[in-house]
Design a protein around this ligand. Structure first.
Ligand code: SAM
Length: 275
């Protein structure tokens, strides 16, 4: 059946009133196909995440969706055959405004996804219990993204997969990140860090993941802010261009080729697996 966005127009006679009322009561950020031609009216959509999903086998897996928002990617993992999906979010700071939408979609999809809207990924770990982690649209909202990556590595079984998505500066040569406190990145005050693509890769690799696939695209966005021109030209070289990067990564156990003494939380994975 062709996809059709729900028009939030009470005069639309083709939608059963009950479903229409229920959907229109909530705040939708993500487009979720609820079946029967009904698609929620969210605006966030990076088509590369779906492409990354095609590279991961969800069948029979235990999946963690971090920063689930309305639950789009958690429901998608379930649709693709995941055995168990846990969707976490940290909604205290936004007054739980997305939680009603998640519950509504869950009900209409008859989903079994477990929803935990009060969990900060920087404080959450479940030792080696997940096969797949979805970490899309989140790392740049965190004050401590490296702590989150350490927790996610700890929560994944060795050999498990993680899909990471977010903005990066288009710079493969230098590893740096800009910190946003007084000056919001792209006007959004909930953003803390924007790394160069090299920095993001190194954050992930140093957390005992191997990057298997890299997908990027979409319209470039430029962030100049009030950066001094000397910083721009000496450190960044030219106008920093950002784009959305998607990485598919594998949790590994291996000797660290770049760091002499393993960082304590990673002791367990810093030697090659025997046999
Ligand atoms: C831009 S949305 C991304 C939604 C979804 N993952 C996607 O890719 O479409 C960011 C989400 O991350 C959540 N989030 C922000 N900080 C978080 C934290 N510390 N722990 C867990 N989730 C967090 C927000 O509440 C929001 O739902």
């Amino acid at each position: 059946m062709p996809e059709r966005s729900v028009r939030l127009d009470a005069a639309d006679p083709s939608l059963p009133d009950r479903i229409f009322d229920e959907i229109s009561r909530h705040q939708w950020m993500q487009r979720i196909d609820l079946g029967n031609g009904i698609v929620t009216p969210g605006k966030w959509e990076n088509p590369l995440i779906r492409q990354a999903f095609d590279l991961v086998d969800f069948r029979g897996k235990r999946v963690l969706d971090v920063g689930t928002c309305n639950g789009k990617w958690a429901f998608e993992a379930e649709r693709r055959g995941a055995d168990e999906v846990v969707a976490i979010d940290n909604l205290r700071h936004v007054g739980y405004c997305y939680s009603g939408a998640f519950e509504c979609a869950k009900r209409l999809l008859r989903s079994r996804v477990e929803y935990r809207p009060d969990v900060d990924v920087c404080e959450y770990r479940e030792e080696e219990t997940y096969d797949v982690v979805i970490f899309c649209g989140v790392y740049y909202h965190l004050r401590d993204p490296l702590r989150a990556l350490a927790n996610l590595r700890a929560s994944l079984r060795t050999g498990g997969r993680m899909i990471v998505e977010g903005p990066v500066y288009d710079d493969k040569r230098q590893a740096y990140a800009t910190f946003h406190y007084r000056e919001p990145f792209l006007g959004d005050k909930t953003n803390w860090w924007v790394p160069s693509v090299r920095a993001l890769r190194e954050w992930i690799e140093s957390s005992f993941f191997e990057i298997e696939q890299s997908l990027c695209g979409g319209a470039p966005q430029r962030f100049w802010g009030r950066m001094k021109s000397t910083f721009r030209t000496r450190v960044l070289g030219k106008a920093p261009r950002t784009y959305r990067q998607v990485l598919v990564c594998r949790a590994v156990k291996r000797a660290d080729p770049w760091w002499p003494t393993p960082y304590a939380p990673f002791d367990r994975w810093s030697a090659p697996e025997k046999g």
